[in-house]
Design a protein around this ligand. Sequence first.
Ligand code: NDP
Length: 229
Amino acid sequence: MRYVITGASRGIGFEFVQQLLRRGETVDAGVRAPEMARRLEPLLHESGNRLRIHALDVTQGDSVRAFAANVCREPVDVLINNAGVSGQWVGLHELDFEDLERTFAVNALGPLRITSALLPALRHGVGRKVAHVTSRMGSLSSNTEGGAYAYRMSKAALNMGVRSMANDLRRDGLACVLLHPGWVQTDMGGQDAPLPADDSVRGMLRVIDGVSLEHSGRFFDYEGAEVPW
Ligand code: NDP
């Protein structure tokens, strides 16, 4: 199967690439800046041409179009929209609206740009799945602590976008799901996070493997439990 992963330079995205290559899949990995692809380079040789690395900034239309032009030469089975940023975690009185807009551009609009651009290749694939790495922080009912405006609002917007996408793409037989990876040891999750990235990704891949149209438009954590909206 052929997988496309965004935000593959480090953290959860990098772990997705590693685990998928290990199980024999073909992976197209999007990295924001070419110099960030250094960690992926050893995998290029080890994987015997099953890994392709592409420049991709999910906020830039030109970058997304160039990425799609390369990737859409062949069918795509599974797209994993993983790239994300945390935005500033500041109080209501200290909001930086440029940071809010940047965070929305990556977390909420990025996955829409990518899915829309890759639709022709997804329609030709046999996997017919789009997984979006969101966060429980974007769940309305889980927000009892407030704060994290940029992150929470951008992920909540992503969640709504994916509900629409799931309804719209059902007729094409494409399933779209939202995944909460847990609190994961990455640059974003920090050192206090309890969950190693390999456990999180192993769990999310198990969930993605089991996804069919009946799961489309639903929100799961890395263990397969449904997350409340
Ligand atoms: P990291 O900060 O470790 O990695 C983020 C990745 O996203 C990097 O590869 C980064 O690229 C990429 N990225 C950021 N901006 C862009 C952009 N404009 N275009 C393309 N790629 C971009 O984060 P994690 O691995 O922890 O997070 C991955 C996903 O999981 C995110 O969507 C995050 O919100 C979500 N998540 C993470 C949790 C955690 O505890 N870690 C908890 C809940 C959700 P570059 O290296 O070039 O900056």
